[in-house]
Design a protein around this ligand. Structure first.
Ligand code: OAD
Length: 235
């Protein structure tokens, strides 16, 4: 394990970092997956069965996101990245754009982005502002239908895994923020980093998770408080 200031900090965020911005989490009381059947709205099969229902679900989430603003946790991560002299990699499971709005230049969206669509005919990915409809037309290939949210659904491979694997192998500080550590592969990142034996691992979350015992250090409380405090102490 390294001593002194870290050389490469990798941060993994989950829904908890955006909770205080008014975006619901997935598995807490009243979480999204307690109110919706994820098989229907977050799987390729669900989209094939009922594209209108899936479009409606994502349009509601896009509308919530339009009203949401970044909170102190998003801003503290961006401020740390600006002043940190070493390497910094921000990986998020979130499909919202609150890290960008908080000032982070290039978070790695391993579960995709709510503000983009992907054409299933030509694979083009494009920013899309209007409500999604099952018969919308691809601006690149011009074909109608088959335009899906550019989000990773259950049973699909997360995005950017090569870059993520390289960052995990190189880091000497790994920080997980606001994630319940239940969805793989992200839930396994701490185990992989630990197995390599080079990095200190810290968990910042509202409450302990199933993975807490794997971390060297844990801080519990709202992200808007524990994240600024943790990163202020680091630099
Ligand atoms: P979860 O809803 O599973 O977990 C959110 C975590 O954030 C929990 O551990 C909460 O205790 C914590 N939390 C809640 N409010 C918080 C706050 N104010 N400050 C700090 N922590 C807080 O969300 P994720 O772990 O992000 O994937 O879920 C992972 C993936 O499961 C999501 O990306 C999504 C979902 O299904 C896909 O849709 C592919």
């Amino acid at each position: 394990m390294s001593a002194g200031p870290p050389r490469h900090v990798v941060v993994l965020t989950g829904a908890g970092v955006s909770a205080e911005s008014g975006l619901g989490t997935f598995r807490d009381k009243d979480g999204l997956w307690t109110r919706y059947d994820l098989e229907e709205v977050a799987t390729p099969e669900g989209f094939r069965r009922n594209p209108a229902l899936v479009c409606e679900f994502y349009n509601a989430r896009r509308e919530n996101l339009r009203k949401a603003r970044p909170n102190e946790a998003h801003r503290a991560l961006a401020a740390f990245e600006r002043r940190f002299q070493g390497r910094f990699t921000l990986i998020t499971q979130n499909v919202d754009d609150l890290h960008e709005k908080g000032g982070s230049p290039d978070p790695v969206h391993m579960h995709g982005r709510l503000d983009e669509l992907r054409c299933q005919h030509c694979a083009a990915v494009y920013a899309y502002d209007a409500p999604i409809a099952p018969d919308s037309v691809c601006p690149v290939c011009g074909r109608e239908g088959g335009q899906r949210p550019n989000v990773v659904w259950f049973g699909e491979m997360p995005l950017h895994m090569d870059a993520i694997d390289a960052a995990l192998a190189d880091c000497d500080l790994f920080v997980a923020i606001g994630t319940s550590a239940t969805v793989y592969p992200a839930a396994g990142f701490v185990g992989r980093v630990r197995a390599m034996g080079r990095a200190r691992c810290a968990e910042l979350n509202l409450e302990p998770t199933a993975a807490s015992s794997l971390f060297d250090e844990t801080r519990y409380g709202p992200a808007s408080e524990v994240v600024p405090a943790f990163f202020a102490a680091l630099s």
